[in-house]
Design a protein around this ligand. Structure first.
Ligand SMILES: NC(=O)C1=CN([C@@H]2O[C@H](COP(=O)(O)OP(=O)(O)OC[C@H]3O[C@@H](n4cnc5c(N)ncnc54)[C@H](O)[C@@H]3O)[C@@H](O)[C@H]2O)C=CC1
Ligand SMILES: O=C(O)[C@@H]1CCC=N1
Length: 279
């Protein structure tokens, strides 16, 4: 649970969510579980499956607002795929007003594109959350454009903190680096579990045992890191007996062609793709 938030969530006005898929849905769940009044939450998502629509209606959110239902909301959160931005920006522009902060979580989509699509006058925050947001343990990197005043920045932060922690970056371009490290990062960790399990099978373990060992190792190591004040480097050294088994494994992982150059290439590829998505 996020330690930085207390009291029912309130951003002083309605919130419009455009795109309620994996990330938009996780944000929405976070807002509602933190006490945001569902009657103040409007959702536009024309392709939501029926069960998701039913859930939103049961929760008390308002779907597919028409002009007249909503204007000048406190926040508009845009959570569609970057390739779908063209369809999402016109409704956002239609509902936005002088008091609105627009928060885009779309990878790659630049402030220039967002600003053009929103009519040039809307205050915009670019944010990059990650999927642990679904369990309130996300990390979001955010950048506020020059038109975002303190109150709007705080409002964006309140919405993003409902699903975890927030760090602000000083330049828009750094959002691509955030995407490469933490936005996409959960996939790297899940791949680590998959590959550890496969290596366990190669070492002779039954598949279910190997998966359990790999999964619980990453869960436990993550929790240990969370609860500890030691750096990841110290925690690693604590596992590593001189001349022992871990040292033997780390010689491979930390040697030439090991994890560091591989991770550098992986993150660089994600950053490059984010820039390509910008068009
Ligand atoms: N999945 C992830 O790990 C992360 C995703 N993101 C960003 O979040 C955004 C959404 O990604 P996901 O939630 O994974 O995708 P998703 O496909 O689960 O959700 C996108 C939703 O947008 C809806 N949609 C499409 N066109 C629309 C329109 N014109 N108006 C309203 N709704 C529309 C779709 O029906 C769908 O429910 C992307 O831009 C992605 O870059 C950011 C951080 C992490
Ligand atoms: O893969 C993607 O493009 C999105 C952005 C970060 C995580 N998922």
């Amino acid at each position: 649970m996020n330690a930085h938030y207390s009291g029912p969530l309130d951003v002083g006005g309605p919130v419009l969510l455009i795109g309620a898929g994996k990330m938009g849905g996780a944000l929405l769940d976070g807002w509602l579980s933190r006490g945001l009044d569902p009657k103040t939450v409007f959702v536009i998502d024309p392709a939501l499956p029926d069960h998701a629509v039913d859930r939103l209606i049961k929760a008390g959110c308002r779907l597919a607002p028409q002009p007249g239902d909503l204007s000048n909301p406190a926040a508009i959160v845009i959570a569609v795929k970057p390739q779908m931005a063209e369809g999402a920006l016109p409704p956002a522009a239609a509902f936005a007003g002088p008091d609105t902060v627009a928060v885009s979580i779309m990878a790659g989509t630049t402030l220039a594109t967002l600003s053009a699509g929103l009519g040039g006058t809307v205050a915009i925050v670019r944010a990059m959350p990650n999927t642990p947001a679904a369990v309130g343990r996300g990390i979001t990197g955010a950048y506020a454009s020059s038109g975002v005043d303190e109150a709007k920045r705080a409002r964006a932060e309140t919405l993003l903190k409902a699903v975890g922690d927030v760090v602000w970056v000083p330049e828009e371009g750094l959002i691509d680096a955030v995407t490469g490290v933490s936005g996409s990062g959960p996939a790297y960790v899940f791949l680590l579990v998959e590959t550890m399990a496969k290596a366990g099978v190669a070492a002779g373990l039954p598949a279910d045992v190997a998966e359990k060992l790999a999964r619980k190792t990453v869960e436990g190591a993550g929790e240990l890191m969370r609860q500890s004040t030691d750096s990841p480097e110290i925690l690693r050294k604590n596992v590593t007996s001189p001349n022992g088994t871990t040292a033997a494994a780390l010689e491979v992982l930390m040697g030439q062609g090991g994890l560091e150059p591989l991770m550098n290439r992986a993150v660089a590829a994600a950053v490059k793709r984010a820039k390509e998505l910008a068009g």
